[in-house]
Design a protein around this ligand. Structure first.
Ligand code: DHB
Ligand code: FE
Length: 279
């Protein structure tokens, strides 16, 4: 059976793509952020995942406001990136792990999650940039399964529902008839708000409490409604539900391997955690 080697939760911001394209990693503005990924590279070298399951939200590249699935799982042989309008270079395509995609889809539908299944799917900065932070040479050593959660157009699925989705994805992976080493990723948050009268809103106290809860008390944030999470973390900060899904997939207890928190990057407070399941 497949083995979950660990998980990475991180923020995503389009400006990271521009910094990579311009080689600004050692620039004083960017260094504390990019340096946070050095321990991730060391961990990945030891954990050697074959497959990466990524919880993220699309921002209008693959799904637009006319068709917005709450949960969508990729089942494509290849996932391509394209310019979303930020003017940053597109990253190389990602190879799909079809067998695991269908394992996850069958398991989730069996567990009463109503999904959209995507046999063609483009992936945006929320998927591509965290992978580029993990593998700066952009020669992706993993096959991927994208799991997309709507945090763009209301109504959004609750934090509790996203955690449960992650738990079921974890069960599907552990039941997969394969000897593959699987890592989990969740991308989004932490606190930020891009629009409206609270544009620029950041809540460091909440972010730090949330990161601590992800390690030691992972259902803590599921006590809050989406509206309460928006109030605490900003309209786009609610992307933190990806961290809950990823954490749900890792199982009951985890060991923390690495943590970084830095603000701001663009308008966003950025967080990073690496965790391994405790046995
Ligand atoms: C920013 C953050 C995001 O999560 C995003 O998807 C787009 C932009 C920002 O801070 O600029
Ligand atoms: Fe985003």
């Amino acid at each position: 059976m497949a083995h979950i080697v660990g998980g990475i939760t991180t923020s995503h911001v389009p400006a990271i793509g521009r910094a990579i394209a311009k080689n600004l990693q050692d620039d004083p503005y960017w260094k504390p952020f990019f340096d946070g990924f050095k321990p991730v590279h060391d961990w990945l070298a030891k954990a050697r995942p074959d497959v990466l399951v990524v919880f993220y939200n699309d921002h209008g590249l693959n799904f637009f406001l006319d068709k917005m699935p709450t949960f969508a799982v990729g089942a494509a042989p290849v996932y391509t990136n394209a310019d979303e309008g930020w003017g940053i270079p597109s990253l190389p395509p990602f190879t799909g792990e079809l067998d695991l995609s269908w394992q996850v889809i069958n398991h989730l539908v069996g567990a009463d999650f109503d999904l959209t299944t995507c046999q063609e799917m483009r992936v945006d900065h929320a998927f591509t940039l965290p992978l580029a932070l993990c593998w700066p040479d952009q020669k992706w050593p993993v096959k991927v399964v994208p799991v997309c959660i709507n945090t763009v157009q209301f109504p959004l699925p609750s934090a509790a529902r996203c955690y449960k989705l992650g738990e079921e994805v974890g069960k599907a992976i552990r039941a997969w008839n394969s000897d593959a080493r699987v890592a989990i990723m969740g991308t989004g948050g932490l606190s930020h708000q891009l629009d409206g009268e609270r544009a620029g809103f950041i809540n460091k106290d909440f972010d730090l409490a949330f990161m601590e809860s992800i390690v030691h008390d992972p259902k803590w944030a599921t006590q809050y409604s989406i509206e309460e999470l928006v109030e605490k973390s900003g309209t786009q900060g609610v992307e933190l539900v990806m961290w809950l899904a990823a954490r749900g997939a890792l199982g009951e207890k985890v060991t923390e391997v690495h943590r970084n928190y830095h603000l701001p990057i663009s308008n966003t407070a950025t967080g990073l955690l690496v965790m391994e399941p405790s046995t």
